[in-house]
Design a binder for this molecule. Structure first.
Ligand code: HMG
Ligand code: MG
Length: 297
């Protein structure tokens, strides 16, 4: 099988990971978490989300977190932005890279954004135009690409059609996302083939949740297909408050352990990453699901 020499990891723990935690984590703990993640060698960290705090209270301190982190040169610190109000807040906080997030299924789009797919893409066209004009980089997430918690199966052609519309907005990368961790390796080639008809393979990232324990197997299938960018979250934190059954993201420790074993460079130091996960785990009312983390408990 095809194994690349290097893989880029997008660490989404502080955003996708913490957004689903019921009890509020302090801003100071979030800042320390992000700083430990950059110390572990992460080159891209999704720090927070400038979404409505009425919808996701845990992300309400996005600006304060950005103000408190120690920005390491060369590290990209990113944030979710759902609309123009979010973009204004992100720019005021000095954010230089944002991510917009659309869905491949109508019901999830409504539940997550209170908008249809078409309405969300119309709003994102304005967000992208403004962000790009201001010199920001914009990533585009696409949720429910392997199945929807409300609608079930989602056709690869539907995924590809929305991925194309995101790409046409000027995003530099499309993150094909398995929101509730239903994907299995048999689906990965078909979805990638459909999407790469419109988006260059080098600009496709994969974002797996690990609800059913298939995330690492999906990564292997995607590596074989030539994908070299993967999202994961420290300790396997995560889930989406608007996707019933969404468990944690693929754990970064589990991903790095596998890639280290395969001789794939990631730049992430497993020992330092564990320190970051332990730091945030101490603030939670549960243990983290990463299998690697549990193996060294
Ligand atoms: P809405 O209720 O239709 O929006 O929500 P609205 O425009 O009517 O605004 C409602 C209130 O929120 C107003 O305040 C606005 O000012 C305020 P009020 O007048 O009632 O006092 N508001 C904001 N405040 C701060 N920042 C903002 C903002 N926007 C509005 N940006 C909206 C529409 C898009 C805002 C809402 O649906 C929302 O914020 N959704 C985000 C949901 C979310 O964060 N989901 C989780 C992240 S996505 C994910 O996890 C999937 C991913 O990981 C990939 C995968 O795994 O699939 C990326
Ligand atoms: Mg997610």
């Amino acid at each position: 099988m095809r194994i690349p020499p290097r893989v880029s990891i997008v660490e989404v723990g502080p955003r996708d990971g913490l957004q689903n935690e019921k009890s509020l984590i302090t801003t100071a703990d979030k800042i320390a978490f992000v700083d430990h993640l950059s110390a572990a060698g992460h080159q891209t960290i999704e720090v927070s989300a400038f979404v409505s705090p009425k919808w996701v209270p845990q992300m309400g301190d996005a600006a304060e977190v950005f103000a408190g982190i120690a920005r390491r040169p060369g590290v990209r610190y990113t944030a979710l932005v759902p609309n123009r109000a979010g973009l204004a807040r992100a720019m005021a906080a000095g954010v230089t890279e944002i991510a917009i997030f659309a869905a491949a299924s109508e019901t999830f789009s409504q539940r997550n954004l209170n908008h249809s797919i078409d309405a969300s893409l119309l709003a994102y066209a304005e967000v992208c135009a403004d962000a790009l004009a201001a010199g920001l980089k914009v990533r585009g997430y696409l949720s429910t690409c392997f199945g929807c918690p409300y609608e079930g199966a989602v056709a690869p052609s539907q995924v590809a059609g929305i991925a194309r519309r995101l790409w046409d907005l000027g995003v530099f990368e499309v993150a094909i996302s398995d929101t509730t961790g239903v994907a299995h390796p048999g689906q990965v080639p078909a979805v990638l083939e459909a999407v790469t008809a419109f988006v260059p393979l080098t600009q496709v990232a994969l974002h797996f949740h690990d609800t059913r324990g298939t995330a690492l197997a999906n990564v292997l299938a995607a590596l074989d297909h030539g994908v070299t960018t993967f999202d994961s979250s420290a300790g396997g934190l995560g889930g989406c408050p608007f996707a019933p059954g969404a468990a944690g993201n693929l754990a970064t420790e589990d991903l790095v352990y596998m890639l280290d074993g395969l001789g794939v460079e990631t730049g992430v130091d497993l020992g330092r990453l564990v320190a970051a996960s332990r730091l945030i785990e101490a603030q939670l009312d549960h243990t983290l699901p990463s299998r690697y983390l549990q193996s060294i408990a």
